[in-house]
Design a protein around this ligand. Structure first.
Ligand code: GAP
Length: 483
C-alpha cells in the first residue's frame, strides 16, 4: 500500500490537490482541487449521479441550500447530539477527540530507560516499563483535561446583525435538506413508495482532529441518498442498498480486497439509526470509513413533522392509510471516494530499468482521457495534424495536446496522471518526400503499454470501444508492438 505522503506529493506536483491558502501558510484542514483534481472529483460525482439517479426509475435528485432554518437542527437532533468529546493538553495545548486519542502513535518518556523517548503504536503499552498512555500523546508530558462535549456544527449569522435570533448553521449533512423537502418532492413528482431522493453537496463539520489529507476535513462534499420504503420492508431494503453500494466501488476500479463491511456496535449507532454498516477502505493509515449505510427508520420525518407542525406522510392507495415511511440512507463522501480511487490506482513499477509511476484510473474517472502527442515538434505537418486531431477528439472527450518533451517522457507524464490512452502522430501519418502519408496514428494503452496503429478516420469509433474497456479486442484486431 502506498504511503499517504507519496499521494499528497503527487497530487501537488501534478495539479490534483493543493493545500488551501498555501501562500498564507495554509489552513488546517482545507484542500483545493487543482485542474486535474476537479476533473477527477467531478467524474466520481458524475458516475455516482448517473448510477444512483439517472439510471434508476425509483430515484430523483435535489439540490437544497446549505443554510437552513435553525429549527431544522433542533428537530434533527444535531443541536443536542452532534457532539464529540474533546480533551486538551495542559502543557502543549493540543486538542484531541477523547474517543479517538488512542488510535494514533503516542510519545512516551520511559523512566525504566532513563527517560528515553519512544514512539509507541496507538493503544499499545511501552515494551520497557509496561506503561499505557495517560498523558498527552503528542508532547508526552502534559496532563489532559476532563472530556467536554463539543458541538461540531459551524455557527454563523443570517443578515447584518450578530444576535441570537439570527444564528444559523452550516449544514453538517446534506440529508436534512432532503427530509424537509419530502412533501414538496412527493407531491410535485407524484412518487410511489419505494422511492429515493439523492443529493450531492457541501457539508461542514468543525472536526476536532481533521487529518489524513482529504480523508477528514472541515469542509467536504457528500453524495447522499434517502430511500423511502414501507415500514416492515426496511431491513430488506437496507441489505439491498448495502450490496448495491459495496459493488459500486469495484465497478470503477477499486480492488475488492481493499473493501470491507463493518457493522456498527449498538453503543456506536447515531441517535437516529436502527442499524448502520460502514463500507470501509484500506486507506494508507488503515481501514477507515468510506461510506455509511444506515436505517434511519421514520425518525427524521416524524421529528420534522412535530417541530414544523406539517404532516410528512405518504398516502397508501392500497390500504387507504397515511403512513410515515422508513428511510434507508447510503451516505458517501465525494472527497473520501476520490481519495480512495486515487490511492487504489497508484502503482510503481520498473520499465527498462526505470521507475514508472502510474495511476490506473478507470477511463470513466480519468481526468484526461486522451493525450495527443506529435513525435516531432519541428515538423509542421505533424504538429498541425496533431492539433486538428486533438480539437476533434475534444468535442467528445477531455483530450490534451503536449509536445514539451520527448515521446518517452510524455508517456511517463501521462501515466502519472492516469491518462488511459495516448495518440501519436508521426512522419508516416503525414508522409514526407520519401513516402506518402498512411493517414494512421499510433494508440498506446497506459496499462499494458501496448500499441496499435489505426486509420485516422476510424479513430473516434476505436476510441469509443477503448473507453468501454475493449483494449484486448482492439489490440487483437490491429495488434502491433509494445513501447
Ligand atoms: N447523513 C449521514 C452522515 O452524514 P456520516 O457517516 O457522518 O453520515 C457520511 O457521513 C460520509 O460523509 C462518510 O462516510 C464520509 O465519506 C463523509 N464524511 C463525513 N465526515 C467527513 C469529514 N470530516 N471529511 C470528509 N468526509 C467526511
Amino acid at each position: 500500500m502506498v504511503e499517504m505522503d507519496k499521494i499528497v506529493s503527487l497530487c501537488k506536483r501534478r495539479g490534483f490537490i493543493f493545500q488551501s491558502s498555501e501562500i498564507y501558510g495554509g489552513t488546517g484542514s482545507c484542500w483545493d482541487y487543482g485542474p486535474l483534481g476537479v476533473e477527477l472529483k467531478n467524474n466520481v460525482k458524475r458516475a455516482w449521479w448517473r448510477d444512483s439517479v439517472q439510471s434508476r426509475a425509483d430515484m430523483v435528485g435535489l439540490d437544497s441550500s446549505i443554510l437552513m432554518h435553525p429549527r431544522v437542527w433542533k428537530a434533527s437532533g444535531h443541536l443536542d447530539h452532534f457532539t464529540d468529546p474533546m480533551v486538551d493538553c495542559r502543557a502543549c495545548k493540543k486538542r484531541f477527540r477523547a474517543d479517538k486519542i488512542d488510535d494514533d502513535i503516542w510519545i512516551h518518556f520511559c523512566e525504566a530507560t532513563k527517560g528515553n523517548k519512544f514512539n509507541i503504536p496507538g493503544g499499545e503499552a511501552c515494551k520497557h516499563c509496561g506503561a499505557k498512555r495517560t498523558l498527552c500523546p503528542v508532547c508526552g508530558k502534559g496532563d489532559l483535561t476532563e472530556p467536554r462535549q463539543f458541538n461540531l456544527m459551524f455557527k454563523t449569522f443570517m443578515g447584518p446583525v450578530e444576535e441570537d435570533a439570527a444564528v444559523a448553521y452550516l449544514r453538517p449533512e446534506t440529508a436534512q435538506g432532503i427530509f424537509v423537502n419530502f412533501d414538496n418532492v412527493l407531491q410535485s413528482m407524484r412518487l410511489k413508495l419505494p422511492f429515493g431522493i439523492a443529493q450531492i453537496g457541501k457539508s461542514f463539520r468543525n472536526e476536532i482532529t481533521p487529518g489524513n489529507f482529504t480523508f477528514r476535513t472541515r469542509e467536504f462534499e457528500q453524495m447522499e441518498i434517502e430511500f423511502f420504503v414501507m415500514p416492515g420492508t426496511d431491513e430488506e431494503w437496507h441489505q439491498r442498498w448495502l450490496d448495491e453500494r459495496f459493488a459500486w466501488y469495484p465497478k470503477y476500479g477499486i480492488r475488492r480486497e481493499n473493501l470491507r463491511l463493518r457493522e456498527h456496535e449498538k453503543d456506536e449507532l447515531a441517535h437516529y439509526a436502527k442499524r448502520t454498516a460502514d463500507i470501509e477502505y484500506l486507506f494508507p493509515m488503515g481501514w477507515s470509513e468510506l461510506e455509511g449505510v444506515a436505517n434511519r427508520t421514520d425518525f427524521d420525518l416524524k421529528q420534522h413533522a412535530e417541530f414544523s407542525g406539517k404532516a410528512l406522510e405518504y398516502f397508501d392507495e392500497e390500504t387507504k392509510q397515511k403512513i410515515v415511511p422508513y428511510v434507508i440512507e447510503p451516505s458517501a463522501g465525494a472527497d473520501r471516494g476520490t481519495l480512495a480511487f486515487l490511492v487504489d490506482a497508484h502503482r510503481e513499477e520498473e520499465v527498462k530499468g526505470e521507475k514508472r509511476v502510474v495511476l490506473n484510473f478507470h477511463p470513466e474517472l480519468a481526468p484526461i482521457k486522451i493525450a495527443v502527442l506529435p513525435l516531432l515538434k519541428k515538423n509542421s505537418r505533424i504538429v498541425e495534424t496533431a492539433h486538428k486531431l486533438c480539437a476533434d477528439l475534444r468535442k467528445r472527450w477531455h483530450a490534451v495536446y503536449d509536445d514539451t518533451a520527448s515521446i518517452g517522457r510524455l508517456y511517463r507524464r501521462q501515466d502519472e496522471v492516469g491518462t488511459p490512452f495516448c495518440v501519436t502522430v508521426d512522419v508516416q501519418t503525414v508522409g514526407d518526400d520519401k513516402a506518402a502519408a498512411d493517414d494512421k496514428v499510433t494508440i498506446r494503452d497506459r496499462d499494458s503499454m501496448q500499441q496499435v496503429r489505426v486509420d485516422l478516420t476510424s479513430l473516434p469509433r476505436v476510441m469509443e470501444r477503448l473507453m468501454a474497456g475493449e483494449w484486448p479486442q482492439v489490440h487483437a484486431e490491429h495488434g502491433v508492438t509494445r513501447e
